[in-house]
Design a protein around this ligand. Sequence first.
Ligand code: AHR
Length: 318
Amino acid sequence: MLRKTFWGTAAFASLVLAAPSLAQTIGFSQIGSESGWRAAETTLTHQQAEERGIDLKFADAQQKQENQIKALRSFIAQGVDAILLAPVVATGWESVLEEAKEAEIPVVLLDRTVDAPEDLYLTAVTSDLVHEGNVAGQWLVDAVAGEPCNVVELQGTTGSSPAIDRKAGFEEAIAGHDNVKIIRSQTGDFTRTKGKEVMESFLKAEDGGRNICALYAHNDDMAVGAIQAIKEAGLKPGDDILVVSIDAVPDIFKAMAEGEANATVELTPNMAGPAFDALAAYMTNGTTPPKWIQTESKLYTQEDDPMAVYEQKKGLGY
Ligand code: AHR
């Protein structure tokens, strides 16, 4: 096993250089399967591991932090070479990350960040989550071009870094544009079901939706659920109520092609590729990666041939 050489020294580098292709065992604590994006991340992580000959130990936490902490402890007890962690919430990780560090097992964060000292993990592969919210907010500011616009917001999982940061980024973008106001904001937990449920309550509370100009959803799945609620309320999503969200999953492109959604910000589900590359470099020659490996964020609108993008993306594990 390579485990003992992590966090290591020059002696480790020469030892590992002699056997760079040694198969590794990597534990992956995944949040669950709340969204299409999450499903794609899981599929791609398995694929990327297989391509590299990595023995991936996968643990689905079913949205619970306590399950993730248990999984991490079990990976440590098994003596895995490294751990990938997609943390459901931002806080409460210090003790278990210290245990991993103590056991000299490097931890790579995937797609979300944690509130913990940086020396407790090797690197974080994430997008700029604040920027994503900012891009969504800027799109809306431009789309309404100074007209009054009441926004309802579907937040992601409470306490998760994307929910916190995407909210902050959007608010930053609309600040100073007094015509754009968030009138209601509630969590939809990143799921379609809750997105629909919460949107129904927003519509009810806002004159059947007639008082709502736009929906900002922290992910596409909640937007897709909300679109259904808007249609059932007799309004036209994408027109009566503008829809902007984040992820770029195939279903949102279908909705965009049908004129029922307006814009999405892409988040790549391939977080594992850069994570495995960073780990390989670290293990083979001791190269310490930057603390943040940033993935790209790209805005798509109805002008970007959404049906073609749907066709490209639909077989990719979402
Ligand atoms: O952390 C990334 C977010 O988690 C995705 O935007 C969302 O779909 C998922 O549940």
